[in-house]
Design a protein around this ligand. Structure first.
Ligand SMILES: [Zn+2]
Length: 452
């Protein structure tokens, strides 16, 4: 009798374990099924089948009848959209072919890995290939990144990383070939760079809130300012300036003094609040977090950190979102790359909800900063370069050492109700931010806003 009881108990335990395992599997299947399915083509030897299109339906890549992946007919567009679309070998991990493989494979719970017609899904990116083409041409063979997005909806309209290559004719890239330095990296999403003066928008936000007589002060720049036990230099003597002129002149001396007065804790707090040390999820792609060592610095080091030098590193996408938050009154939409997917029967996916960032800057500070950045354009950069745009911007010319030319930056946003765009342009070793990166921004924004 005891033997039977023991066996019954064992059976009961085994049945219980089976049930628990089944529940666990079904649960994980429901949650993770689509990402499991994205691995299937790799294991079964079948390429991912879906098409990737831009926002107005230009087909950027598809698979032909022979199972070969094809790309848009136009080499410059192929190069300009490479980092967004990805390559057939999957080396560009943040490209749609890898990062959005689950949505391309046509996976669903009813039919499993295969869509009804066996073709995979159509995945529409938020990008317009034409804007990418213009941005890539404007970079003119120089390395860098360009991003434009709608800070109210989150849609990224333009995203370019250079260097690039033609995915239809991939080159044989040797290690150490300067021309293809970091070519598989999407600099916009995954790179970090010395920001230089674009970072003054953070130092200034901290100063607006923590230095009560900021607007009553004046400074006289002789081209070299003593900060702590060293100097902070400007390209030339800026003379007497109030805070508006110090920003439009981008006076290192003034901003180094402000940073030293604010202290490293305050500067670190505003940098973190601005989202510049955070990683965003762009439809599941994690952006690189910037890094700032603002701890245990001398007064002079802190001064240089306050003008975006020293060990400051910023991610272009995060900087663009901060610009969007200044334009948006403190918060911005989190960037997105997927407009929608459509299955082989033409049924679209459900629209995604726009996600918002936290408060990256207080609303009244954002308004003051926006006004000052607007004056940068009228006083320094030239409004005529940006027709029909109520544009606010900050340039940066970031010294990178090693005898190399500085990185050129131009970042900002439009206040136009019908064109709520934030943007960032980085030209590596490009020289002057306002001239070089500003010229790239002007061309891309003209296309986006005025349709050229
Ligand atoms: Zn100066």
């Amino acid at each position: 009798m005891k033997k039977i009881e023991k066996r019954a108990l064992l059976c009961l335990l085994l049945a219980g374990a089976l049930l628990a395992g089944t529940v666990l599997f079904v649960g994980r299947f429901l949650v993770n099924g689509s990402s499991w399915a994205s691995f299937l083509p790799v294991f079964s030897g079948q390429p991912a089948t879906g098409r990737v299109l831009d926002r107005d339906g230009d087909v950027l890549t598809w698979v032909d009848e022979d199972g070969k992946r094809r790309y848009y007919d136009g080499a410059t567009v192929r190069e300009a959209t490479l980092h967004a679309v990805g390559d057939a070998e999957g080396r560009i991990g943040t490209g749609a072919l890898v990062a959005f493989a689950d949505r391309l494979s046509g996976y669903n719970l009813l039919t499993g890995s295969y869509s009804p017609l066996g073709q995979g899904n159509d995945l529409y990116l938020t990008l317009d290939a034409r804007y990418n083409y213009i941005a890539y041409q404007a970079l003119g063979g120089r390395k860098g990144a360009v991003g434009v997005y709608n800070y109210k909806t989150g849609e990224i309209l333009c995203m370019v990383s250079a260097p690039s290559f033609d995915p239809a004719n991939p080159p044989d890239i040797q290690d150490g070939d300067e021309r293809y330095d970091g070519v598989y990296l999407n600099r916009f999403l995954s790179g970090t760079f010395t920001p230089g003066s674009v970072y003054k928008t953070v130092t200034l936000a901290a100063a607006i809130e923590n230095i009560p007589d900021l607007y009553d002060r004046t400074w006289t720049c002789t081209g070299s300012t003593t900060v702590g036990d060293g100097t902070v230099t400007c390209p030339y003597a800026h003379g007497e300036q109030d805070i508006y002129a110090a920003l439009s002149n981008s006076c290192n001396g003034v901003f180094a003094l402000l940073a030293d007065e604010l202290g490293e804790d305050v500067l670190a707090r505003y940098t973190e609040k601005a989202g510049l040390t955070a990683s965003y999820s762009v439809n599941g792609i994690r952006t690189a977090a910037g890094s700032f060592s603002l701890d245990g610095l001398t007064a002079n080091e802190l001064g240089w950190a306050g003008v975006g030098q020293y060990n400051d590193l910023v991610n272009p996408c995060a900087l663009m979102v901060y610009m969007g938050a200044i334009g948006g009154g403190g918060r911005a939409a989190v960037p997105e790359l997927i407009l929608k997917t459509e299955n082989a029967l033409g049924l679209p996916s459900l629209p995604a909800f726009t996600k918002q960032t936290g408060t990256l800057i207080a609303a009244d500070t954002a308004e003051r900063l926006a006004d000052m950045m607007g004056r940068n354009v009228t006083d320094q950069y030239g409004s005529s370069r940006f027709p029909n745009m109520d544009i606010c911007a900050k340039s940066g010319t970031a010294e990178v050492g090693g005898g190399k030319s500085p990185h050129a930056w131009f970042a900002g946003f439009l206040r136009n109700e019908d064109a709520p765009y934030a943007f960032v342009v980085l030209v590596e070793n490009g020289g002057s931010g306002a001239d070089v990166a500003g010229a790239v921004a002007a061309q891309v924004l003209d296309a986006v806003v005025n349709g050229y």
